[in-house]
Structures are given as structure tokens and as C-alpha cells.
Design a protein. Structure first.
Lengths: 201, 62
């Protein structure tokens, strides 16, 4: 895939095929990232589809062999924030959507702490949430996350660190709102995991 | 910061530190699990359909 710089040529039909293959493989990741930004699954899929199409239309500007995942995530994120700017009540809608999603995904079979983690995440400032998602779940290096979010590496590091602390505190406190469940349950479930993890090693 | 008296009284500083690290690790595991849950969902046909249409369009034009 990696071509030496002097070998670069205009985008050709064969490149389109290779680009498409790689793009298709990224769709599940784009959907997951969109879901963390939008909350509501249908809106998230719309966003992911828009980003996929934008990436396709911009394929000539993509250098094959470089990080397409980071590139498409950046497109998706820009798309999300430009749509957001257009809508004056979007932040309110986001909050409502997040709450609906939290109910909608409430699978009785799912581990309890997962729902609470979602709810905890929804309470974080958006820039902290996205930094934590990219680094903690998306598998991006701080440098890549900084590129995606268009900010300094140090800024990403501090956002991730603040997000981790805040999330820990939220889960520990049971500050999330879940009726009938006592505070600290989420943390106990998570701790049970931690103990399992530590015995495995 | 958050009051953690019950923890602080029970654990030595280094044990409390270990526990905090363990908790962060566990949150990380859950976070990836949450993300991967969506990654592992089947991609709706709509996505491939949209891409196919865009591809056809561009080969017709170019």
C-alpha cells in the first residue's frame, strides 16, 4: 500500500476499489463513534452515512497507506459539529436523545455496569467524552486523537485524564440517575470485573 | 474531591492506590466493551447500498 513519494500519481480507478474496500471495513467503527456522539441510534447512523459519503467524495485527497480510520473519524466529527452549529436546540435534543437511548438499549441480559457507564459518559463534557472514547475505546494514540479533534496532544491527554477521574467519581458516587438502585452498585459491578482481571494476570 | 473515608480507613495508601488503578482499568475494559458492542453489530444494508450508488454515479461520470 505504501508508495514512495515520487511514485505518487493521480487517483486511479484501481485506487477507488482499494479505497472502497478499506472504507467498508471502517463502517462498523464509524457507526460506533457516531453512536457515542449522537446517542440516538438512527441519528447516529445518518451521521455515519453522511461521513462515509463525504469520505468517498473526498477519496482523491486521501493518500492510500496513511491512517484511513483517523481520517474518516475526523470527517465524521467535523460533520457532527457543523450540523450541531446549524441547530440552535441541538444540545437539548442531544440530551433528550441520550436519555432515550439509555432506555432503548436497556437489555435485561446486558451487564448492569454497562448501562451505568453509558449514563456516566453522558454526564461528561462532550470534549472529554470524545477524547476518552477515541483513546480508551477507539484504540487511537493521543497524537491521532489530537489530529481527529483538531487540538494539541497535551489537550487530549488532559481531557482523557479529567474524563477518567470524573467518570470514576460518577460511578463511585452513583451520581447517575437510576431509580431504585443504591449508589455505588455500578462501581461494585465494575470492581468485580477488576478483581477478575487481576486474578487472570 | 470525593470523600472516600470508608476506603481510606480500611486500606493503606498503597493498597488504595492499587485499588484506584484497578478501578480505572475496569472502566477501560467496560468502555471498550461498550464501543465494540456497536462495532460488532451487523451493518445495516443501507450503508453498502448508499456506497454502491455513489460508486456507480462516479463511474458513470468519470
Amino acid at each position: 500500500m505504501d508508495r514512495p513519494a515520487e511514485d505518487r500519481r493521480p487517483h486511479a480507478a484501481g485506487d477507488d476499489e482499494a479505497f472502497k474496500l478499506e472504507l467498508v471495513q471502517l463502517i462498523p467503527h464509524l457507526r460506533a463513534f457516531a453512536r457515542t456522539l449522537c446517542g440516538e441510534p438512527a441519528a447516529a447512523d445518518d451521521l455515519a452515512q453522511d461521513a462515509m459519503l463525504k469520505a468517498w467524495d473526498a477519496r482523491a485527497s486521501f493518500q492510500m497507506g496513511t491512517n484511513m480510520k483517523a481520517w474518516t473519524f475526523m470527517i465524521l466529527r467535523n460533520q457532527f459539529y457543523s450540523e450541531k452549529r446549524r441547530s440552535w436546540r441541538q444540545s437539548q435534543l442531544d440530551q433528550e436523545a441520550a436519555e432515550r437511548t439509555l432506555v432503548a438499549v436497556d437489555d435485561p441480559e446486558a451487564p448492569v455496569a454497562l448501562d451505568e457507564l453509558r449514563q456516566g459518559l453522558a454526564m461528561l463534557p462532550p470534549e472529554q467524552r470524545e477524547a476518552l472514547i477515541l483513546v480508551g475505546a477507539g484504540g487511537f494514540a493521543y497524537e491521532e486523537a489530537a489530529e481527529i479533534c483538531n487540538c494539541a496532544v497535551g489537550t487530549v491527554k488532559s481531557r482523557v485524564s479529567r474524563a477518567r477521574k470524573a467518570l470514576h467519581a460518577i460511578l463511585e458516587d452513583g451520581a447517575y440517575d437510576r431509580d431504585g438502585r443504591s449508589a455505588g452498585d455500578a462501581m461494585r459491578t465494575i470492581l468485580a470485573d477488576a478483581q477478575r482481571l487481576s486474578t487472570v494476570r | 474531591m470525593i470523600e472516600q473515608r470508608s476506603l481510606g480507613e480500611r486500606l493503606t495508601p498503597s493498597a488504595a492506590l492499587d485499588e484506584a488503578r484497578l478501578r480505572q482499568q475496569a472502566i477501560g475494559v467496560r468502555l471498550r466493551q461498550m464501543f465494540d458492542e456497536v462495532v460488532n453489530e451487523q451493518v445495516p444494508d443501507e450503508f453498502l447500498e448508499i456506497l454502491r450508488r455513489a460508486d456507480n454515479r462516479s463511474s458513470e461520470n468519470g
